[in-house]
Design a protein around this ligand. Sequence first.
Ligand code: GLU
Length: 324
Amino acid sequence: MSADAEEELQGILSQVHAQCAADTRGEVASYIPELSLASPDDFGLALATVSGRIFTAGETETPFTIQSVSKAFTYCLANELLGPDEVMRHVGVEPSGDAFNSIEFDPTTARPFNPMVNAGAITVAGLLYSELGEGAFDFILERFSRAAGRTLDMDDAVYRSECETGHRNRAIAHLLKGTGVLGGPVDEVVDLYFRQCSIRVTAADLAWMSVTLANLGVQPRTDDTVFDLMAVRDTQSVMYSCGMYNYSGNWGFRVGIPAKSGVGGGLAGVVNRQLGVAAYSPRLDAKGNTVRGVAAFELLAEELGLHAFCCTKLGSSIVERFLR
Ligand code: GLU
């Protein structure tokens, strides 16, 4: 990348950061005490390229828990381990239009609608547990770490609180067990789900994890093949249609980037074959998405032509402009 292109990209990122930092709408998640301790003003934006560079603005090294962003990556791993047909037998790919923790299942198959709502993600955790047993969490953590390009860990306090308060998730798991959709023992599977949600990341980590998907499964800085190629395609598809809670339709329309958000304030977006984009800002809107993160993605998509169906020349030329 030429020095001019680097400067231009950094300039756009910094400007979008400054513009969105002024937005103080939304509330920090408070369903467990640990999340409410997040600094509401923290705000980081990170953009990693398939050529192995990262651009950052603001708090991109501040740790937070990955929460629902993990769902995209565990779905990817389940597809790799079990194959798409077996995964599809347990969880669909249809946007639900319901809140992330809703207790709704496909009326004809009893499957969760998709892997990005809790019911679907718990089902995916069940598939991973059935396949890997006690080793499932270490497997997840190791793959997430390789995608991030550094060793990640789990936030014990968040994990303990999730366990203590996660009655609704436990109820969902029991219902899924009752209909035969959930593999594995309920307590162990829910425990695995709480652990995956409690993995600690930074915005920079999420940008690297996302660009690993964008780069067809290969971490571009370490050259490590982390995810299976076909699983990456399936993952991006579901992120596109279901990744932003019950804002997913609007998101696909306005931003047009496969993405996944979490109640910790993280947001990870995949611009296929080009970029991983991530935001961290803990103030959430009514649907559970980071307010500044959503605003920043809208601006970046516009500025850089990132929408999947962008019809200006800019959209298809981002690689040429910045990445070579
Ligand atoms: N641990 C949270 C739950 O399952 C994750 C929620 C989220 O990020 O959407 O309730």
